[in-house]
Design a protein around this ligand. Structure first.
Ligand code: NAI
Ligand code: MG
Length: 331
């Protein structure tokens, strides 16, 4: 099976090379083909998203991506290659499992999956001036809601999750969020998954005050963006937050964090989010056993007290990986 590996900029290559080592330790039959994207790619090739990378992505079911650095100076011609990929491949669901991987990390005992709409909502980019201000168009379509909810239901079945909660603001946005809520109940009925709904402000509070009542959250673009950062911070920080941008043809797996220029090149980045993203990729490719091994090794390594600096420890990336791979070898 062939997959794309896109390290990107900053700490992207540092964490992705470690995730590749973890994959190689559990699965020998993946053909991992490297491709370029981001600021470094632009400096080397003149393109943020070289055609070769796009061609590879058309040929593979999955890609593991690190992070990219946005241009440092304002460039009116710049289009984020990540947004381009999301659009071109119609990666309509952004899925972020957020879990506290050890009791002394983070603040709250969370274990949720946030399924966020990734193509419309507040992120249409359509803004126009009107007298005295600016209007932003916010789009909610039945089709986007349907496939999003269907994806959340499928994921819940695959992962043995019990309940899906629709997170919205239909008390104010009666028609748009009302449509989302209506579609949600239509599509979850008879699915065998318990369905309920919550206002987004209540959900933001519930992540802190009653986290164990939340299981799978399905929500619109802006709400999901904010709630997933909140959840990641509550559960231990960006170093432990994996994600996938999911379409029907391609799934792009990536740690939630960016390229972290403040620590790039210093060998201190936490590779866990990249490893957990790799585990999600393996599960997506039908390698559930291998994926569970990568995750179990994260749990054990942390329980043995091995920590990178962002998690309150002293280990550099390589030292942490040495412990991680040793644990992985025993599973
Ligand atoms: P960031 O996520 O790169 O960093 C935020 C803070 O968290 C920094 O202090 C960083 O050192 C720390 N951090 C992040 N990942 C870490 C890890 N694995 N281990 C240890 N510490 C970690 O976000 P920031 O600083 O806002 O953005 C930096 C660059 O990344 C910008 O150019 C931004 O546009 C880009 N970015 C790219 C994303 C992507 O490629 N998907 C997502 C977010 C930001
Ligand atoms: Mg964000």
């Amino acid at each position: 099976m062939r997959v794309a590996i896109i390290p990107g900029d900053g700490i992207g290559p540092e964490v992705i090379s470690e995730a590749v080592r973890a994959i190689e330790a559990v699965s020998a039959d993946l053909e991992m083909e490297e491709a370029e994207m981001g600021l470094g790619a632009f400096q080397r090739t003149g393109s943020y998203l070289p055609d070769k990378t796009l061609e590879l992505l058309r040929d593979v079911p999955a890609a593991l991506f690190g992070a990219i650095t946005s241009p440092l100076t304002y460039d009116p011609a710049y289009r984020s290659p990540l947004l381009r990929i999301r659009k071109e491949f119609d990666l309509y669901a952004n899925i972020r499992p957020v879990r506290r991987w050890h009791g002394d990390l983070g603040l709250v005992d969370l274990d949720v999956i946030i399924v966020r709409e990734n193509t419309e909502g507040m992120y249409t980019g359509a803004e126009r001036d009107v007298a005295g201000g600016v209007v932003t168009e916010r789009l909610v379509t039945a089709r986007a809601c349907e496939r999003l909810v269907d994806r959340a239901v499928r994921l819940s079945h695959e992962q043995g999750r019990r309940r899906v909660t629709c997170v919205h603001k239909s008390n104010v946005l009666r028609r748009s969020d009302g449509l989302f809520r209506k579609v949600f109940y239509e599509r979850t009925e008879g699915s065998g998954i318990e369905a309920n709904d919550m206002l987004v402000d209540a959900a933001a509070a519930a992540l802190i005050s009653k986290p164990r009542e939340l299981d799978v959250l399905v929500t619109l673009n802006l709400y999901g963006d904010i709630l997933s950062d909140e959840a990641a911070a509550l559960a231990g920080g960006l170093g432990f937050a994996p994600s996938v941008n999911m379409g029907d043809e391609l799934a792009l797996f990536e740690p939630t964090h960016g390229s972290a220029p403040d620590i790039a090149g210093r060998g201190v980045a936490n590779p866990t989010a990249a490893i957990l993203s790799a585990a999600m990729m393996l599960r997506h490719l039908g390698k559930a056993k291998e994926a569970s091994k990568l995750e179990a090794a994260v749990e054990t390594t942390l329980s043995l007290g091995h920590r990178t600096r962002d998690a309150g420890g002293r280990l550099g990336t390589r030292e942490f990986m040495a412990s991680y791979l040793e644990v992985l070898g025993t599973l």
